[in-house]
Ligand binder design. Structure first.
Ligand code: NAD
Length: 312
C-alpha cells in the first residue's frame, strides 16, 4: 500500500518502520527540521526491542509538499493533536477525494478537524496500545508489543478499512476491526484524562499518584465528568470498569512510568494535548450545559504550567 505518514515522531516512526519492513511504500512528512535532517542523513534509527534497526525512508517538510508526487492510498496522522490542523492545512495538495485518512491520536474530537480536509466516507478512526519514544532527532526507542482498534467513520469506508487491517496485520501491528471505536476512544481518553494531567501537575509517576489517598476520588470524579459528556454523544461509559482499568496501572509494571504529557511538558517543555483530552470534555460540557469543574481546572492548570515553563 502507498502510505504517507504525517508526523515522524515516536509513533509515526514506529508505524513507518514496521510498514516499510512489510513491503509498503512509505513517505514521511514532518515539521521538525532537525528530525528531517537526521533521517535524511542517517536514516530512521531505532532500538527495536534491544536490536538496532535503521531504515531509509523519504521524508519531507510540509513546505516541500509539492515534491511528494502521486497521491497515497492512505494517510496516517501521527502529529500531536495540537499540530493536526496546521499539518493538514499544509498538506492539502496531497489529499484527493480518494485519499483515506487514519487517525490514531490520543484524545477526543479529531474528526471535527479532519472533516475539513477529508471526505468523511474516507475517514478511519482508532486507538493504539503500541508505544514509542524519541531519544533524539531520527532516533526511536520501540519497546514491547501493542495492538490497534480501528473503524471507518461512515459505513461507506468499511471495505478499505478491512484492506488497512490486512496491511497492518502483515506488518505485525496486531490490528482489529472495532464495531464501536467511539467507545474505545472515550475509554482511552479517560486514561489520558486522569493520569496525564495529574502526573504532570503533581510531577510524579503513575505509581506515586496511585499511592496517594486522594487518587481514587479524583479519578472517579474525572471519569464521571467524561461519562456525562460522552453520554451526550451516544457513548455510555461503564465508569466502574474504566476506574478499575486505570487503577490497575497503579500496581502494574507501568507504575514506574511517567505519562507522555509529563515527558512533553515537564521534561521537554513542549505544548501538550490537553485541549483534546480534559479540555475537550470541558468545552463540550459547556456546549451541553454540563459542569466539568475538574476537567476545567486541570486544563487551565496545564496551560498555566505550559506558560510558566515557556513550552513551545
Ligand atoms: P511525538 O512527540 O514523538 O511526535 C509528534 C511530532 O512532534 C512529530 O512531528 C515529531 O517530529 C515532533 N517532535 C517530537 N519531539 C520534538 C521536539 N523536541 N521538538 C520539535 N518537534 C518534536 O509524538 P508521538 O508520541 O509520536 O505521538 C503522536 C500521537 O500518538 C499523539 O496523539 C499521542 O498522544 C499518540 N500516542 C502516542 C503513544 C506513544 O507511546 N508515544 C501511544 C499511543 C498514542
Amino acid at each position: 500500500m502507498k502510505i504517507t505518514i504525517l508526523g515522524a515522531g515516536g509513533m509515526g516512526g514506529r508505524f513507518g518502520m514496521m510498514l516499510h519492513q512489510a513491503g509498503n511504500d512509505i513517505t514521511l512528512v514532518d515539521g521538525w527540521q532537525a528530525n528531517i535532517d537526521a533521517i535524511r542523513q542517517d536514516g530512521l534509527q531505532a532500538d527495536f526491542n534491544g536490536q538496532p534497526v535503521t531504515v531509509k525512508l523519504p521524508i519531507y517538510s510540509p513546505e516541500e509538499i509539492d515534491q511528494i508526487g502521486d497521491h497515497a492510498d492512505l494517510i496516517i496522522a501521527f502529529t500531536k493533536s495540537n499540530q493536526l490542523a496546521t499539518m493538514f492545512e499544509a498538506v492539502k495538495p496531497i489529499i484527493s477525494e480518494n485519499t483515506y485518512v487514519l487517525c490514531l491520536l490520543n484524545g477526543i474530537g479529531h474528526e471535527e478537524i479532519l472533516k475539513n480536509f477529508v471526505n468523511i466516507d474516507h475517514l478511519i478512526l482508532g486507538i493504539t496500545m503500541w508505544t514509542a519514544g524519541m531519544t533524539g532527532p531520527g532516533h526511536l526507542s520501540l519497546l514491547g508489543d501493542g495492538n490497534i482498534e480501528l473503524q471507518n467513520f461512515t459505513p461507506a469506508g468499511k471495505d478499505f478499512t478491512l484492506q488497512v487491517i490486512d496491511t497492518f496485520e502483515k506488518a505485525g501491528l496486531n490490528p482489529a476491526y472495532s464495531e464501536n471505536v467511539k467507545y474505545s476512544i472515550w475509554r482511552k481518553a479517560c486514561v489520558n484524562g486522569t493520569l496525564n494531567g495529574l502526573c504532570s501537575l503533581l510531577e510524579c509517576n503513575i505509581g506515586e499518584l496511585g499511592k496517594t489517598d486522594v487518587a481514587e476520588p479524583m479519578l472517579r470524579t474525572i471519569i464521571h465528568e467524561f461519562a456525562l459528556v460522552a453520554a451526550h454523544e451516544g457513548v455510555n461509559l461503564d465508569e466502574a470498569e474504566v476506574y478499575q482499568h486505570i487503577a490497575a496501572t497503579f500496581t502494574a509494571e507501568i507504575a514506574a512510568h511517567y505519562p507522555s504529557m509529563y515527558q512533553d511538558l515537564v521534561k521537554n517543555h513542549r505544548l501538550t494535548e490537553i485541549d483534546f483530552i480534559n479540555g475537550a470534555v470541558w468545552q463540550k460540557g459547556q456546549n451541553y450545559n454540563i459542569a466539568t469543574p475538574y476537567c476545567a481546572l486541570i486544563t487551565q492548570e496545564i496551560h498555566a504550567k505550559e506558560q510558566i515553563l515557556g513550552a513551545k
